[in-house]
Write a protein that binds this ligand. Structure first.
Ligand code: SF4
Length: 280
């Protein structure tokens, strides 16, 4: 495993407009969570966020939309943004995370310069109906297969702490292994009072063990990325995640919650003698 740490930054190019009912997600309009909602981020704001991400050492820049999947309008906007960013920030690897997508849509994104696609399985096939009833786990799995068919880099992981059993976690990781993702983002559920789902019951030690388990099961993955919920789950023990197999983190803010300032993450890596990856 590459011990250089890959930093990734995410940019929500629309937010909080989704009609789906994923019970962990404050972006669903059903739960009326107190978050910022907008239909389309202005392109110059996206460019300045991309430049800032690069300045802080991020190599990955992910264009995220809330909504179940790509509409023609979203697809065309993401492609326009991708073309501009290739000129403005050519060093960044462009990733898109736009929900379920057909092979044809993915090929269009690829053509526009998007190198990787992130689509998480979220949880096990068996547990999925407990956290979402408006679309199926199979659709998610199929989108990941489409990413592979399109010859794009697959980024796929899930969320822990939703009330799933250890069996569910192993099942999700085994499903991910079948898909052979390059990078596996693991998120830890971050409770919002508007959501009915109970707060994440995992202890810090259990969270660390789940990183280790992910690393063990997905032994071929280039990167295990600790994504949303890192600060909440690990607090002042965030430095330990790298001993358990993580070699990638999201820096800056998440989609609807704030991350800690990037300088703190860079200081942490320096104190651990861990180098920031400079190329993909
Ligand atoms: S489909 Fe995505 S944005 Fe919509 S509610 Fe589910 S997780 Fe949230």
């Amino acid at each position: 495993m590459d011990k250089k740490i890959f930093l990734c930054s995410i940019c929500n190019i629309n937010s909080g407009t989704c009609n789906e009912d994923c019970k962990f997600c404050s972006q669903s309009v059903r739960y009326k969570a107190d978050i910022e909602r907008f239909k389309q981020k202005p392109i110059d704001k996206i460019i300045s966020e991309a430049k800032m991400a690069r300045k802080t050492g991020a190599l990955g820049f992910c264009l995220v939309t809330s909504d179940k999947g790509l509409t023609e309008k979203t697809l065309s906007f993401v492609c326009d943004v991708a073309k501009v960013l290739q000129k403005e920030t050519p060093e960044l690897r462009l990733i898109a995370c736009n929900g379920t997508a057909s092979l044809e849509q993915l090929l269009t994104l690829k053509e526009a310069g998007v190198k990787a696609y992130n689509h998480n399985l979220e949880t096990s096939k068996e547990f999925y109906h407990n956290i979402c009833t408006t679309h199926s786990w199979d659709e998610r799995y199929e989108t990941c297969q489409n990413v592979n068919k399109a010859g794009m880099v697959l980024i796929s992981g899930g969320i822990f702490g939703l009330g799933e059993t250890q069996e569910d976690r192993v099942s999700m990781l085994n499903s991910l292994k079948e898909l052979n993702p390059t990078s596996v983002p693991i998120n830890f559920y971050h409770h919002n009072d508007a959501l009915e789902l109970k707060p994440n019951p995992l202890t810090t030690d259990e969270g660390l063990e789940l990183i280790k388990l992910t690393r063990e099961v997905l032994s071929d993955a280039q990167r295990i990325m600790v994504a949303g919920g890192r600060e909440l789950m690990f607090g002042d023990r965030q430095n330990e995640i790298f001993n358990y197999g993580a070699n990638s983190i999201i820096v800056g803010n998440y989609l609807t919650t704030s991350g800690r300032v990037v300088s703190k993450d860079l200081e942490m890596l320096e104190s651990l003698n861990l180098e920031v990856a400079k190329k993909v």
